[in-house]
Design a binder for this molecule. Structure first.
Ligand code: FE
Length: 214
């Protein structure tokens, strides 16, 4: 470790003075213990955190827009998502496998992690707070349609809904349906219609009319 290295805990004058939740305190304790035991370095944790924060839903949106415009890429994305995103220059920042599930006119996918908050951070960045909430994790399974309704998505009764459960080993990303009226749009224009929520499945991609009003 270099001489100019400063651990966050070394600043005596500036101490953490906000109340942390129990899970946050537990995570911090585990973090400190792993560093103290030499299992993981402080720098390694920082690098991972920076990489994690450098990704955002606009990365996932580019992948979706590419799949909408390139049938071969779409097929590869559904068959071997890791290989497909690698082709676009993305690497998975987590060890977990990535699976892309496609929404169609008959089948709608909704992603949840019932156990904790597993999420395709490599393509979407950190998950929103509601995704981590106990209410979402429970209600997404028990009543997915009512959850989607709260996000403004009312699905037809004949649409089949499939809830997929992300885990530490396998994380899901939804390939939303391409909105109507988007023929002839460029990949970049299409990507602007792809929201984070549409890649979780709580809503659909924006229509060009809605997007132009936003
Ligand atoms: Fe999880």
């Amino acid at each position: 470790m270099s001489d100019n290295h400063h651990d966050e805990s070394e600043h005596e004058g500036i101490q953490l003075d906000i109340e942390l939740s129990l899970p946050a305190r537990r995570a911090l304790a585990i973090h400190e213990l792993l560093v103290e035991k030499g299992i993981i370095g402080q720098d390694e944790i920082r690098e991972r955190a920076e990489l994690f924060r450098s990704r955002s839903p606009s990365d996932g949106a580019k992948v979706v827009a590419k799949a909408w415009t390139d049938p071969a890429f779409r097929q590869l994305l559904l068959d071997d998502a890791r290989a497909a995103v690698y082709e676009l220059g993305y690497t998975l920042t987590h060890d977990a496998e990535l699976a892309v599930v496609e929404n169609t006119d008959d089948l709608h996918h909704l992603v949840v992690c019932t156990l904790c908050s597993c999420y395709p951070t490599s393509l979407l960045g950190p998950p929103p707070d509601w995704y981590k909430s106990f209410a979402y994790r429970q209600r997404a399974v028990v009543g997915p349609r009512s959850v989607m309704r709260e996000f403004g998505l009312e699905l037809n009764e004949d649409m089949q809904v499939r809830v997929v459960d992300s885990t530490a080993d396998l994380r899901y990303l939804v390939l939303p349906r391409r909105p109507a009226g988007t023929d002839g749009m460029s990949e970049e224009e299409l990507a602007s219609l792809v929201t984070r929520d549409s890649m979780i499945g709580v809503s659909e991609a924006l229509s060009p009319q809605v997007a132009s009003r936003a």
